[in-house]
Design a protein around this ligand. Structure first.
Ligand code: AHM
Ligand code: MG
Length: 336
């Protein structure tokens, strides 16, 4: 496309939301979210020059060392969301407790987010991302933590923003499919590049994506299925960035499966339900894929059906094309 094409040929995110839902408060919320994504993208781009690489010297809600960019992006998101007038409660990976928006600024939405996911990739200029899930609060008056401790089936909007070669926002509105928007830096806007994104027909490329360094602690079913994929006539390829946003994004576009299973050391896996598992499972299902925990607490569980009891709870994650997710679940039956 040349620079002379009209702006309206590439609708912006805000225009897109208004056109699809007509919900002005939701449009305001998503304007705040996209502003925070743009500011985080800018911080990632300038990190080397602005001396933003390295540790901040603090530990976050789950005991991980915080990077300077973790702290900065968290401040960016909290500032944008508490001041937009559309939020009641926020849950961030970086904050131990939920953040209740003061009554005079509060709105109808509840947002769980990981401001900058993929910590291990921050300092070496490999893709990172933001992940978020939006709910509408149930409480009539002031919001409580019960407004966020709900199943993933209650999600209204989920999305992620990938800070990669380009900055890309992928959003799914319940009932409206999955949409891709790319940040046009010269315009400072996210422009719509693909509607109703679906995983490739039949499951797409044969790719498994997981941290195989954990394999000695996996259960028999996960060891079994990965072994089968590697030993088949046309073996699966291994691809693992180590940033969930990038690994899930590739899975949606190319096919295959992404796994962070439970193991003997981590019975709940590594990823957090509210701002990693749920939003990615929601997007994956909306894109025609599947999302499971595999075997969790003694039974096979669809990921979105979990009801979290605490805000930083973890769950095992097996998400991707139906072909591969079903093969994992089948392996649990075979292994008993
Ligand atoms: P983080 O929230 O501390 O960044 O951890 C989440 C990340 C995911 O993006 C990624 O898929 C996973 O952790 C990688 O974990 P590992 O380094 O154990 O493979
Ligand atoms: Mg994270």
């Amino acid at each position: 496309a040349s620079d002379s094409v009209s702006v309206s040929q590439f609708p912006t995110l805000t225009r897109y939301i208004m056109g699809k839902t007509g919900d002005k408060e939701l449009a305001i919320l998503l304007m705040a979210l996209q502003l925070a994504c743009k500011a985080t993208s800018r911080a990632c781009n300038k990190a080397g020059i602005a001396m933003l690489f390295g540790l901040a010297g603090e530990v976050n809600s789950t005991g991980d060392d915080q990077k300077k960019l973790d702290v900065l992006s968290n401040e960016i998101f909290i500032d944008a969301l508490t001041n937009c007038g559309a939020c009641a409660v926020l849950v961030s990976e970086e904050n131990e407790d939920p953040i209740f928006v003061p009554e005079d600024k509060a709105g109808r939405f509840v947002v769980a987010f990981d401001p900058l996911d993929g910590s291990s990739n921050i300092d070496c200029n490999v893709s990172t991302g933001t992940i978020f899930a939006v709910y509408e609060k149930k409480s009539e008056k002031n919001a409580t933590v019960s407004d966020i401790l709900r199943t993933g089936n209650d999600i209204l909007v989920a999305g992620y923003c990938m800070y990669g070669a380009a900055t890309e926002l992928v959003i799914s509105f319940k009932g409206h499919g999955v949409h891709r928007f790319t940040l046009d830096p010269s315009l400072g806007e996210f422009v719509h590049i693909q509607a109703h994104v679906q995983l490739p027909e039949g499951g797409g490329k044969k790719i498994y994506s997981c941290n195989e360094g954990n394999s000695r602690n996996w259960d028999a079913a996960i060891k079994g299925i990965i072994g089968k994929w590697k030993d088949s006539d046309k073996p699966y390829a291994a691809r693992y960035v180590g940033s969930m946003v990038s690994d899930v994004h590739r899975t949606i576009l190319y096919g295959g499966v992404y796994l962070y299973p439970a193991d003997a050391k981590s019975k709940h896996g590594k990823l957090r339900v509210l701002y990693e598992g749920f939003p990615m499972a929601f997007i994956m299902e909306q894109a025609g894929g599947a999302a499971s925990c595999g075997m969790f607490k003694g039974k096979i569980q669809r990921l979105l059906d979990i009801v979290p009891e605490t805000i930083h709870e973890k769950c095992p994650v097996v998400i991707g094309c139906k072909r591969d997710v079903e093969a994992v679940l089948e392996e649990y039956k075979i292994q008993g």
